[in-house]
Design a protein around this ligand. Structure first.
Ligand SMILES: NC(=O)c1ccc[n+]([C@@H]2O[C@H](COP(=O)([O-])OP(=O)(O)OC[C@H]3O[C@@H](n4cnc5c(N)ncnc54)[C@H](OP(=O)(O)O)[C@@H]3O)[C@@H](O)[C@H]2O)c1
Length: 260
């Protein structure tokens, strides 16, 4: 991607190298958006970019650690230098580690809040001037069913997702007069690489997780990406401040048949 400006709308997606972020990147690209792929692992981001470019789309890779202070300005500078505009921001990257209150360390608290709350705050703030110029500006925060319900061992992660839901409503209220819509898609139990980052027995984790879903299976990244696209896209222009659960009923409670 070389410098310039784009006639097509542009979306920034964090955590775009895998799982829900990668599926969302492909979804927006299929609708003609220029896609800015943000994450730490260059190889994964390059693969998504290649897919998009081979399909006739346009994508830019920005490799940053979103926990760093400089990352927000760097993402915005690289995006505007390449495309000259920002229309949609998807705050999707996240960190999770399991543990109960006894396991909490200052480092674990900081890691969760740096990546899951502070980074979306600073990146959204850094995008504001550009979003205010867009005719169809939208921010989508990716929350979790665990922002609403308690699951053993996910206290820190769940509290960051609850914070992101609150920020969704606060930003939606503040930015309504700028015609910037802000919504939160809250997935539950999706088959992505995130589970390998905290589980040492993936087969058991997957079986336990699927058991907690009333619809009886894990969701796919594409099933979430579709909703991220829908809430950001122009036909839903009268919708802001919503928390939308995309979770096969996970947030409704553990099915009785599973012993819950
Ligand atoms: N899968 C589920 O069951 C589920 C359920 C509810 C909510 N969610 C939410 O869905 C979103 C996407 O997760 P996923 O399930 O698709 O998992 P995933 O494939 O592991 O995606 C997470 C992405 O975040 C990026 N990331 C993490 N830390 C980062 C950092 N410091 N800087 C930059 N990028 C960082 C990772 O890329 P790098 O490691 O390359 O940086 C990775 O691509 C998250 O917000 C998650 O909380 C998932």
């Amino acid at each position: 991607m070389s410098g310039g400006s784009s006639n097509n709308p542009v979306v920034i997606i964090t955590g775009a190298g895998s799982g829900i972020g990668a599926a969302t990147a492909r979804r927006f690209a299929s609708h003609g958006y220029g896609v800015v792929l943000v994450g730490r692992r260059q190889g994964l981001l390059d693969d998504v970019r290649s897919d998009i470019v081979e399909g006739g789309g346009s994508a830019l890779v920005v490799t940053v650690d979103l926990a760093s202070d400089e990352s927000a300005e760097e993402v915005v500078a690289r995006t505007t230098s390449a495309y000259g505009r920002i229309d949609v921001l998807v705050n999707n990257a996240a960190y999770i580690q399991t543990g109960v209150l006894d396991d909490v360390t200052p480092e674990l608290v900081d890691r969760h809040f740096d990546v899951n709350v502070r980074a979306p705050l600073l990146l959204t703030q850094a995008c504001l001037a550009h979003l205010r110029r867009s005719p169809e500006a939208s921010v989508v925060n990716v929350g979790s069913s665990l922002g609403s319900i308690v699951m053993p061992g996910t206290m820190l992660y769940g509290s960051t997702k609850a914070a992101l839901e609150y920020l969704t409503r606060a930003w939606a209220y503040q930015l309504a007069s700028d015609r910037i819509r802000v919504n939160c898609i809250a997935p539950g139990v999706i088959d992505t690489p995130i589970h390998a980052t905290y589980s040492d027995n993936l087969e058991k984790t997957y079986a336990d997780l699927a058991r907690r879903v009333p619809m009886g299976r894990m969701g796919t990244p594409e099933e979430v990406a579709e909703w991220i696209w829908i809430v950001a896209s122009p036909p839903t222009s009268w919708s802001t401040g919503n928390i939308i659960h995309v979770d096969g009923g996970h947030v409704l409670g553990i099915p009785e048949a599973a012993g819950g």
